[in-house]
Structures are given as structure tokens and as C-alpha cells.
Design a protein around this ligand. Structure first.
Ligand code: NAD
Length: 363
């Protein structure tokens, strides 16, 4: 019996995952199946992917016989992730779920519970930009004491006109509808950002001291469909351990009238580091330190151990862990912590009340 990779949702990201199948060591033996209720999506998927079995719904697809290494990629919009993931786990298959794992923490916890009860792996696609070569080098520099004690992180990414559902992937209007996407640009990018911040700073808990969201207007804002998500958001966070508190200034915009900005920097008592945390290829880490009262900057070249594109990482890495190997991918409880952070940030923005995320209490 052959191993099958199943896709629930056959849209843009499912087509991208399907391209990564050829990178798997046993690519020639793998069969593919996909379920999507939209005929146009099935047609486009069939044109892009050879020899794929197509279904209108996941229930009939997952009633096929199970091979122990089968896995399901949940690649439909976020509001479907909870139900589709649990059904896939209960069918006896491992699940690699798109980010955000789920819009709400209680849903993510139920998904994790189903994975444990069915003795299957639950992995998150937020590994696209996780433990990138640059971020791994930054961790090493911090551990070596290159910047002394870290006390402040600036994590700002602002795009002026890059709103999913409008300028980016305009055909996917669900991105604009909170009931389908769970939120806006923080829900979209937070899964990557909060997984990386957690991995870097290893907090016991995180305080969301202050948070805000906004939806700046443009002349092309849709008026006849739901558009109730933020395109700009920010927070003041404190990543706490027994030894130190690190203040994090966080901001993410897919739509702003302000300037484009992209800054990832950690400041410490003896130096600072800047880098592009999303880059999975060759990159440069900038280390600034003091030398006799003058600031000196060193550019450190970083090269990846293996050449895997960001969009190929989730499938390649999940396949490795399903086969008992190691890979930089968040599975189990680690897969759900970024949902807790995003939820806490939204709660703080809505209520004006600070929130605490106790990571030791997450499943
Ligand atoms: N597009 C990107 O660049 C990108 C990148 C990373 C992650 N993602 C994530 O991937 C997921 C899907 O995004 P996308 O860009 O592929 O969206 P998309 O709009 O291109 O495709 C989604 C597809 O899911 C189908 N669908 C809806 N409900 C379904 C269900 N219950 N069962 C099966 N199929 C169903 C729709 O018919 C549609 O074809 C989201 O969670 C998104 O955040 C997208």
C-alpha cells in the first residue's frame, strides 16, 4: 500500500505544498489526493498537479484505507482548521495544519487533544520562517554573550499596500472576513513571529502590556463584502524568565499610510543585533558593539546547511518527523502557543486590559 498525502483545500497554498512533494526522499512512491468544495479550485489543482485524486469533501476522501505514514495537509481557510484537523486525526492520519493553527486557543487545544488521543502528530506550517539560518546565528551570538543581557527587541514589519484579499491574492476574500480568517494581519503573520520570538527568548510567560489594531482606509476598500479585520496592529510585550525581562516592541502592517519599515533588532547591555528573520537562504547578521567608546558594526555572513525554500519547508520537515527524524518544525503543544499570543494581543486591544500568557500552562 502506498503512502498518500491528502490536501484539505486545493487553493494557492495547497498548490505550493504539492510542488514540495518532489523534494521528499520517496517522492516517486507517494500518492496525492485533494478535497475542495469549489470546482474551479479542483480544476486548477488538477492542472497543476499530476495524478491527484480529487474529492468534493474531505469526509469521502478520508474514508480511504489508511497507511501509517499518511498525512493530511489542512490548507483551507482558518475557520475550517479545527473541524477538518480533528476529523483527519480521527481518521488515523497525521496532520500538518496551515497557520494560524486555529483562530482561538480553545480550538487549538481541542486539536492537540485529538492528536494525543489518536496517537498522531499535529504540526504547524509556521515553520516556514522558523529557526532560519540567520535566527539560529543570532541565538548563538546571544548565548555566547556577544550583546550582554538582552533587554529590548524591535520587531516591526510595515507594508503600505500588501493587504491579503485586496493587493495580495485578491481572489481570496476570506482574508478580509474575521469570521473566516479569525483576524487580520496579526492572525496572518503572528504565527511565524510569535513562534520565533518564543524560540529566541524562551520565556516562561509573556505579558501583553498594551495592544492596538487599526484599519486605515483606502479608495479600493471593498464595501459589498465583510471587511472587518485589522491591517495594522501593534503591542508592547514583556517576555519574562526568572533571569530577565525583555521588552518587545511589536508592529505589523499590511496597509498603512506611514512609511514602509522592516526592523528586527535585539538590544543588549553590550551590543545589538539586526537581521532578516524570514530569510531562509544566504543572509547577513549585523552585530554592533562598543570598542573604546565607538560603535563598531560587524557583518556576519550566514549560509544555510540545506537549500529549501520557505514554502517548501513545512511539507519537507513534517515528512521528516512523521518518519521519525528531526526537523525545525513545531509539533504538539509547541504548535499552538502562537495562537495563545495572538488571542491575548486581540483581547488586550479590545479591552484595554493587559493580558498574561503563561506558556507552562499551555497543554
Ligand atoms: N496564500 C498564501 O500565501 C499563504 C501562505 C501561507 C499560509 N497560508 C494559509 O493557507 C490557508 C489557505 O490559504 P490559501 O491562500 O491557500 O487560500 P485560498 O483562498 O487560495 O484557498 C482556500 C481553498 O480552500 C477551500 N475550502 C474552503 N473550505 C473548505 C473545506 N471545508 N474543505 C476543503 N476545502 C475548503 C476553498 O474552496 C479554496 O479553494 C490559510 O490558513 C492561509 O493563512 C496561505
Amino acid at each position: 500500500m502506498s503512502t498518500t498525502i491528502y490536501f484539505i483545500g486545493a487553493g494557492a497554498i495547497a498548490r505550493s505544498h504539492a510542488e514540495a512533494v518532489e523534494l521528499l526522499p520517496n517522492a516517486d512512491e507517494i500518492e496525492l489526493a485533494a478535497a475542495d468544495p469549489t470546482p474551479a479550485a479542483r480544476k486548477r489543482f488538477a492542472e497543476a498537479v499530476d495524478d491527484v485524486r480529487l474529492y468534493e469533501d474531505s469526509e469521502s476522501m478520508l474514508s480511504e484505507a489508511v497507511d501509517p505514514d499518511d498525512f493530511v495537509v489542512v490548507a483551507a481557510p482558518p475557520f475550517t482548521h479545527h473541524d477538518e484537523t480533528i476529523a483527519a486525526l480521527e481518521s488515523g492520519r497525521h496532520v500538518l495544519c496551515e497557520k494560524p493553527l486555529a483562530p482561538a486557543l480553545d480550538e487549538a487545544e481541542a486539536m492537540l487533544k485529538a492528536a494525543r488521543e489518536n496517537d498522531r502528530l499535529l504540526g504547524s506550517c509556521n515553520c516556514r520562517h522558523y529557526r532560519t539560518p540567520g535566527t539560529e546565528r543570532v541565538k548563538q551570538l546571544i548565548d555566547e554573550g556577544a550583546i550582554g543581557d538582552p533587554y529590548h527587541v524591535t520587531w516591526i514589519t510595515r507594508s503600505q499596500r500588501g493587504r491579503p484579499g485586496i493587493e495580495y491574492q485578491p481572489e481570496s476574500k476570506w482574508f478580509l472576513d474575521r469570521s473566516k480568517g479569525g483576524g487580520g494581519i496579526v492572525m496572518d503573520w503572528g504565527p511565524y513571529e510569535f513562534a520565533t520570538l518564543e524560540d529566541l527568548l524562551v520565556p516562561d510567560s509573556v505579558d501583553v502590556k498594551h495592544a492596538w489594531t487599526a484599519q486605515p482606509e483606502t479608495a479600493v476598500d471593498p464595501e459589498d463584502i465583510p471587511f472587518d479585520v485589522e491591517t495594522h496592529g501593534g503591542a508592547t510585550l514583556v517576555y519574562r524568565t526568572d533571569e530577565r525581562d525583555v521588552q518587545v516592541t511589536y508592529e505589523r502592517a499590511s496597509g498603512t499610510h506611514g512609511e514602509e519599515r522592516d526592523v528586527t533588532e535585539i538590544e543588549g547591555t553590550e551590543g545589538a543585533i539586526r537581521w532578516d528573520w524570514t530569510e531562509v537562504g544566504t543572509s547577513t547578521v549585523t552585530l554592533a558593539t562598543d570598542n573604546d567608546g565607538d560603535l563598531v558594526e560587524e557583518s556576519i555572513a550566514v549560509t544555510p546547511d540545506e537549500d529549501i525554500e520557505a514554502h517548501d519547508r513545512p511539507l519537507v520537515y513534517f515528512d521528516r518527523v512523521v518518519r521519525g527524524g528531526d526537523a525545525p518544525i513545531r509539533t504538539g503543544a509547541e504548535a499552538i502557543t502562537s495562537v495563545a499570543m495572538i488571542n491575548a494581543m486581540y483581547r488586550c486591544a479590545e479591552s484595554g486590559e493587559p493580558q498574561r500568557v503563561d506558556l507552562s500552562k499551555i497543554a
